[in-house]
Design a binder for this molecule. Structure first.
Ligand code: ADP
Ligand code: MG
Length: 526
């Protein structure tokens, strides 16, 4: 039997416990199981054909790792890396013709049952197809009708002016970045991806698509352009059936980070308008190397860092940015109890590069690779296996001087609020408010440290000299800026317990009156 490079790597066993690829039906719908010893991949000849199986070896597994291959079964085991068994290809003596299933009930199907089941399934499929075609036609016809009505109502029947396209009122200011937000018969809300995702939320499963759909989607993506680089590799703009998605590509070296981020995004009830929308996660094997993909919604305005570098904001947009970030952070921080509950999550790497600007000029929080979770009933802080820490420039004093108690989840949340205060400062500097003054974009502590500062440099500035970003005096002359200034100061307090909670920040922001409420209303509709 010829063994390829991946198989060779997979077969070099270690003693680390690993996660094994496993059919979701047999593994609680999650597609993997934790191996006590080994992951396996097997082929077995059943009465109805050849079947492939994968999962974790247990004492009562019908085939054990040392079972030699024969004409009717073959097994290979591994425990080197997570999902290592996905690429194992056991071969029967005499060759394979694989029909993949993990459904043990199938072994009881007799040829007679099959002859009934196949025509019945075909009928159901045809009926389903017809129904979907009907729905598709009906929806498009309805949207076209609505659009025509909206346009033609301007002809004067009712005497009211024509309904304007919901263009972005700030489109001139953000011309370079702004996408076309006008109403068209087939754009907004007409996404197949949205439909797929909609079905998966209502089914109450994790925050993404069902496992096998994730695989299908990811294998149909065309990569278009590289749009960003970060700690772990590259982020690409890709297209899936005409819709844009973002694909974060991790190298196999960073498998642990991919795994953790996938795990966090699969948290039940994580989905929120101010958290980057997760689509799918997959492991792609290309020639002899493996890439890990994490697919999310694509945001053409890019990160908040990119946005603030090239745009100024007015007071309403500043507030909108701040409110949406605080809303996203509250959603992460809150634990939702119940059987389908969500653990509390702390981000640990909040910064403008990890926040994306949506088309409607609200923000969503991304890059959840360093997040930690906590459930109150067990009081367990789950940090995953990722040992990498956050970004030094945004680290709270207690992290810099090593005082943070890693068993206290509260302290992780307090460190997030500190970082959010710095993000607010970066936004506020770019606000062209009533004072008419605005300064160029700068990251926090730009006047204290060089780019990529060391831990020690940051510690001296933040812990020893107790420096915080400068809140300029001219902010006090503006109603909104002065309140923002006070709020951020309360976020970056020296003592974590004296800082505001994310919920308090959210509530305080809600109390700041917007300058033009109608702008908010219009943006909300985009
Ligand atoms: P890393 O974990 O490597 O830091 P990030 O998830 O932070 O990766 O992404 C790196 C950069 O890629 C971001 O700062 C942003 O510029 C860009 N990016 C990430 N996700 C998206 C997205 N969904 N849409 C558009 N750009 C994105
Ligand atoms: Mg990042």
């Amino acid at each position: 039997m010829e063994i390829n490079l991946w198989q060779e790597r997979a077969l070099n066993a270690t003693t680390e416990p690993v996660k094994c690829f496993c059919d979701p039906k047999t593994c609680d719908n999650i597609g993997w199981c934790l191996a006590a010893e080994q992951c396996y991949s097997a082929v077995v000849v059943e009465s109805y054909g050849l079947v492939a199986r994968a999962g974790c070896i247990s004492v009562d597994s019908p085939l054990q790792c040392n079972t030699p291959a024969s004409h009717n079964h073959a097994i290979l085991c591994c425990n080197t890396v997570n999902l290592c068994n996905e690429f194992l290809e056991p071969e029967l003596i005499g060759g394979n013709d694989i029909h993949f299933t993990n459904d043990d009930n199938q072994s009881n199907l007799t040829p007679i049952m099959m002859s009934i089941a196949i025509p019945a399934a075909t009928c159901v499929l045809v009926a389903l197809l017809l129904y979907l075609l009907f729905r598709f036609y009906k929806r498009h016809a309805w949207k076209a009708h609505k659009y025509e009505k909206a346009v033609s109502s301007g002809a004067g029947d009712t005497g009211t002016p024509p309904e304007k396209p919901l263009g972005n009122p700030l489109a001139v200011q953000y011309g370079g970045h702004q996408a076309d937000t006008s109403l068209s018969p087939v754009t907004a809300g007409d996404s197949t991806l949205q439909d797929l995702l909609g079905h998966s939320y209502s089914s109450g499963s994790g925050s993404g698509l069902p496992f096998l759909v994730q695989r299908t989607v990811s294998r149909q993506i065309n990569l278009i352009d590289r749009v960003g680089t970060g700690r772990y590799g590259e982020v690409w703009k890709g297209s899936w059936q005409g819709e844009m998605v973002a694909v974060k590509i991790f190298s196999s070296r960073d498998e642990q980070s991919w795994f953790r981020e996938t795990e966090i995004y699969n948290t039940v009830l994580l989905r929120h308008e101010n958290i980057l929308g997760f689509v799918a996660s997959d492991m792609i094997s290309r020639n002899s190397w493996t890439q890990m993909w994490l697919i999310t919604h694509y945001h053409e305005n890019g990160s908040l860092y990119d946005f603030l570098n090239t745009n100024t904001v007015n007071r309403d947009v500043m507030l909108r940015f701040a409110q949406s970030i605080a809303n996203g952070l509250v959603h992460l921080h809150v634990e939702i109890t119940g059987t389908q509950g969500k653990p509390a999550i702390a981000h640990r790497d909040l910064k403008t590069r990890n926040i994306l600007v949506k088309r409607n000029l609200s923000c969503c929080i991304g890059d959840l690779g360093l997040a930690v979770t906590h459930r109150r009933d067990t009081n367990h802080v789950d940090r995953g296996q990722n040992t990498k820490v956050g970004t030094k420039r945004y680290m709270a004093p207690e992290i810099l001087d090593d005082r943070l108690n890693v068993d206290s989840f509260e302290e992780f949340k307090q460190a997030d609020v500190y970082a959010m205060g710095l993000v607010f400062w970066e936004i506020a500097r770019r606000c062209q408010c009533s004072t008419g003054r605005v300064v160029e974009y700068q990251p926090p502590f730009f006047d204290q440290v060089q780019s990529d500062p060391s831990f020690e440099e940051m510690r001296k500035v933040v812990c020893v000299s107790k420096v915080r970003p400068h809140v300029p005096h001219y902010w006090t002359n503006d109603r909104v800026l002065s309140q923002m200034g006070r709020l951020m100061t309360e976020c970056w307090h020296e003592s974590g317990s004296a800082r505001l909670t994310s919920l308090r920040v959210k509530k305080s922001l809600q109390q700041i009156e917007p300058v033009c409420p109608e702008v908010k209303l219009k943006l909300d509709l985009i």
